[in-house]
Design a binder for this molecule. Sequence first.
Ligand SMILES: [Zn+2]
Length: 469
Amino acid sequence: MKIEEYGNPSAETVLIQPVDEHDLSGIKIELEEIRNLTDTDFCLWALRIEDWNRDLSPWKAPAVFGNEDFGSGAEETLREILGLCDDRSRSYVIGGYSLAGLFALWAAWQTVVFDAVAAASPSVWFPGFADYIGDRMPGCDRIYLSLGDKEEKARNPVMATVGDRIRELYDDLGSKGTDRILEWNPGNHFKDPAIRSAKAFAWVLNRGGSKRVASKQISFPHGFSTRYGGVSSGIFTSLNLGMNRGDDAECVKENYKRFFRACGIESESFVCGRQVHGNNVMIVDEKAAKEPYGYKELFEADGYVTNTPGVPLVVFTADCIPLLLADEKNRVIASVHSGWRGTVQDIERQAVDKMQRLGAEKEYIKACIGPAIGKCCFEVGGEVIEAIKDLLNEDASDLYSVKENGKYMLDLKNVVKRCLLRSGVKEENIEIIDECTMCMPQKYWSHRYNGGERGSQAAVIMIPGEKTR
Ligand SMILES: [Zn+2]
C-alpha cells in the first residue's frame, strides 16, 4: 500500500483515506476545501488501493454493477492501516468516498483506534452490512454520513436501497449515543467526490480537537476535558480521566497525555486529590505534584491554588462544576471542584482568599465556570434551596424554579457566579460555559445520566514557565 502524505506531517490529527487514481486527481481540490471549512491542523494520508473492489470489501459479495465481484480484502487492508497508527499521541480519523466510505464504517466496528469516521456517499447498500452492525456499538464517537440526493434513484435495485440503509444507520447511531450527522448533497453518486470527501473530514475536524473545551479569556495553559479523543473502552469510551473508577491505568495515563497536550501542558505529574464535597482549598507547590495513577494516599481537598509555574492543578467532575481561576498579571491560579455542597460552603470565597494570599488581586482574577449540569437538568430538593438562600443571604429566586412535584430546578452555574461576584471577582471577568453535561452525554460524562457507570472529566490549569526550585 503506497501512502501519499499531505498537509502538516506533524499535525496531531491524521486523516486516513483509501483512494484510487480518480480520488488522487482531485486531492488538491479536496485539501483546499478542507482548509476552507476548518482551521484545525491536519495531516492526510492518501492510501493508494490496488484493487478497489477486493481490498475494501469486508466480505465476498456478487457483483452489483458491472461484472466484477467483491472480494474480502478489507481485513488485510485494515491490518496494514493499523500498523501505521502506532503513535498513541495522535488522533486517527478514517474516511473516504463510496466503497472507501463503507470500508471506513466497517472499520469503526472492528477497532477503537479511530477517533472518528468520515464516510462520504458510503456504499451502505453493501449486502449484509446492516446485519454486521446489529446491536454492537461503534469503536468511535463521531461519525459523518452523507449521500447525494439523487443516489437512491439509481436504476440498480441494490444501489437504490442506499437511501433507506443510510437513514437506518443514522437512526441506529442516534440510539447508540454516537455524535453523528447525515448530510444530503445535491446530485448523483458521481458528483463532486473531492468536495464531498472534504466536507466529511472537515465536519470531523470541527467536531473533534474537542478533547478540550477552553475559556475565551484565560491564556495560561488550561482546559476542560470532554469524552472525545481518548483510548479507554467500554463504559469509559473514550477520554476517561478518572483514576479510581475501574478503568485501565495505562489507558487513563494515555488519556491524560492526550488531554494535557491539547491544553499545551507537557508535564506528566500534576496536583489532584480525593474530592470530598467540602470547601478545603489547598495552597500547593511542586512538592504536591505527582504521577497519581493508582496512587492511594491522596489528600482530601476540593480545590488548589498555586503561584508555582509548571504545576498543573486538576479537579474531576461529572455534573459538578469545574471552576478555573487565573490572575495572569500576578501569576496565581486555582482549580476548584464545586458541587452544590462545596458551593454552599462558599468554596469560591476560599479559592479567591487563598489566591490573594499568594499575591493575586481580585480585579485581575479571571474565572471560567466549566461544563456542568445546567438548570435544565439539575433537580434538587428544598434543603438545597434553603442552603443556597442561607449562603447568598439575598434574593436568590432568579436562580431556581419550583416544579409541580415540589422539587426545584437549580441554576448552580449562576450560583457560583454570584459567589464569585460576592468574593470580589469582576462581572466582566466571569465566563460561563453554557453546555450541560446531562443534555450532552456523548460529549461529557454525566453522573446523573450515566449513574455510577462512567468516567470523569478533568479541568486543568497551569502557570507557564520553568519550575522554580
Ligand atoms: Zn441539561
